[in-house]
Design a protein around this ligand. Structure first.
Ligand code: CP
Ligand code: NVA
Length: 299
């Protein structure tokens, strides 16, 4: 049985297969008559809705569970909640703070576990990001040699994006403020996947000639108390029209959303002609469907 906690749980070939499943015009009935539990410790607009609709498209029934309904490690242990959900469901998705909770789920689960975002990783987002870039640049095979520049916090979205883009042969550049870099362990993980990310503290250097510019919020869910300090630390890291001037002529702008206009991205860029944020949000559903169909084939 396979799980999807981070993009490198897939081999590069498997990643391409998942993307092909997601891009396919018809869906297999991979979850026909089956349930999928979707457990959220944090808020969500895109992930909840795209996962629910992906499960429906595969013939299944999604059951979304809010944190107060199960009380992970408060009312009941993560392990007991997981074993309980396995009694009814063919797959479990979870959005958690500590990534280790997902690993604890995997350790006792008899069904595939999917990471719907943890503090460390957001693989479903990265799959949608690749589908969006593939739509833009002529397919997954056409992405090799193109470059993506991530400007912002070296966070969960950055790590999954870097792994996904690197695994299809894209050049990965990451610009963060000092103190907000990706961790040494994350960079080592990239290297283990054969990816050497070009890291800098200069956004202009990162986006020079890039084919895609990507950013995410400066304070992630759970970091709200640091928002003011981060706003100050990230001064100069707004993706605005002046920064986009340095990119390739056909460059696109991506953002996982939710966006804070005027912070990590200007309204002008987010709403502008290079922005692909709505196709990207749409691709969350296709990516989820591809991932679930693949996981159900590999039970
Ligand atoms: N991009 C994303 O995961 O959005 P939500 O937090 O709304 O699910
Ligand atoms: N880095 C953000 C992504 C939201 C989709 C967070 O974790 O809150």
């Amino acid at each position: 049985m396979r799980h999807l906690l981070e993009i490198d749980d897939l081999s590069p070939d498997e990643l391409r297969t998942v993307l092909a499943f997601g891009a396919a015009p018809t869906s297999p009935r991979a979850l026909d008559g089956k349930g999928m539990a979707l457990l959220f410790e944090k808020p969500s607009a895109r992930t909840r809705n795209s996962m629910e609709m992906a499960v429906v498209q595969l013939g299944g029934h999604p059951v979304t569970i809010r944190p107060d309904e199960v009380g992970l490690d408060t009312r009941e242990t993560v392990e007991d909640v997981t074993r309980t959900l396995c009694c009814y469901h063919a797959a479990i998705g979870a959005r958690v703070f500590e990534h280790a909770k997902l690993e604890r789920m995997v350790a006792v689960s008899s069904v595939p576990v999917v990471n719907m975002l943890s503090d460390d990783a957001h693989p479903l987002q990265a799959l949608a990001d690749l589908l969006t870039l593939a739509d833009e640049f002529g397919g997954v095979d056409a992405l090799a040699g193109r470059s993506v520049a991530y400007v912002g916090d070296g966070n969960n979205v950055a790590r999954s994006l870097a792994l996904a883009a690197g695994m299809v042969g894209m050049e990965v550049r990451i610009a963060t403020p000092v103190g907000y870099e990706m961790s040494a362990a994350d960079l080592e993980r990239l290297r283990a996947a054969g990816i050497e990310a070009a890291c800098t503290h200069d956004p202009t250097e990162a986006v020079e000639g890039a084919h895609a510019v990507y950013t995410d919020v400066w304070a992630s869910m759970g970091q709200e108390a640091q928002a003011d300090a981060r706003r100050e630390a990230f001064t100069g890291f707004t993706v605005d029209a002046a920064l986009m001037v340095a990119t390739a002529d056909d460059a696109v702008f991506l953002h996982c959303l939710p966006a804070h206009r005027g912070e990590e991205v200007s309204s002008e860029v987010l709403e502008g002609p290079r922005s692909r944020v709505w196709p990207q949000a749409t691709n969350r559903m296709h990516a989820a469907r591809g991932a679930l169909a693949w996981l159900m084939e590999h039970r």
